[in-house]
Design a protein around this ligand. Sequence first.
Ligand code: UD1
Length: 385
Amino acid sequence: MIQSSLTEPYRILCVVGARPNFMKMAPIMAAMSALEPKIEVKLVHTGQHYDVAMNHQYFEALGIPSPDINLEVGSSSHAVQTADVMRRFEPALDEVKPTAVLVVGDVNSTIACALVATKKGIPVIHVEAGLRSFDRAMPEEINRVLTDQISNLLFTTEESGRDNLLREGIADHRIHFVGNVMIDTLRHNLARAVPISTIVADAGRQDFLALDKGYAILTLHRPSNVDDPKILRSLLETAATISKRTPLIFPLHPRTRATIERFGLAHLLATDQILLLPPMGYLEMLGLMKDARVVLTDSGGIQEETTALGVPCITLRNNTERPITVDEGTNTVAGQDPARILAIYDEVMQGHGKAGRIPRFWDGKAAERIAASVLTWFKKGCQSQ
Ligand code: UD1
């Protein structure tokens, strides 16, 4: 078993792997580096996402330093991807010997690195702990439950997180409600968001907004929505119906683009009222969301970002692990039924969408709270009181 350094200089090894990790890690690394005494920050990228559009574009836009270590695992089945991250992460831990490993979110890289670290006696910090969809068919739900069980210090974004963790037997003193680091990044970058006019012009579709009806955004990438041809067809038909009333912008995740092609469904989207785009960079997506009339999505992060922006969100899933976006924010969970999706869309377009309010601690300072808390914890030898 390797020994981590429990005395100064403290060293933290931060893990990113997939697109939704990058915007969460950017403010955490910045806040850690600003501490006194210094926490030395190292970054490992597992390579779960590797396309320029899913990866480098985010590092550049968010000013994240280049990773110190790249594991380059790429895509494969869940088992192979998780195993590859674990095998390649172990020597990285041996090399860096961190005081603790910090993981964010719920992707395969999160559980893989948390598991390796804890088995080597290195404490694990989980940011965005305690979220639960209560749907074990969702790969992320398994990653969340297991990562939380083996984490030593757990930071939550909303109060539901603490309730869930306590129910699963996690000790209260290990749980800290700090707010939402993803919203730190949103607030920090909002003024730099790329305007919608630039995005449609770059796509050669200046005409797209000519009718002044505003626009809707659609994102889809969950296996439960895009891997089943019947469900995908039904969602795309619903999108086409909506596009007749509100022009629709649809940035395509690589998984979704592949299944649309494989199932022969591209013709459903072949209308001037739908603008298909490649995966957007962070500042482009922010620009698209901020001025949209409505966002339809199966993403977790977008449910939170639309709440922070005050833009109505229709979630194309049967559940959400982020209930505060429904209770306090602008989110409505619609499921996959076309009639229900269209009814909620009509309500929103008639101005009866939720106004919402900003949840507690979604104030741009979550990463500062995390950094301060980690430093105190390090000084106590990684023991929570
Ligand atoms: C992963 C996360 C999901 C997150 C999503 C954001 C897990 C279990 N899932 O799902 O929680 O919401 O990222 O995007 O960790 N691909 C590319 N280029 C890339 C990356 C992926 O073409 O850079 C394609 C490959 O065909 C790959 C597929 O997308 O097989 C799926 O990628 P994968 O990382 O397995 O999961 P995501 O669906 O992206």
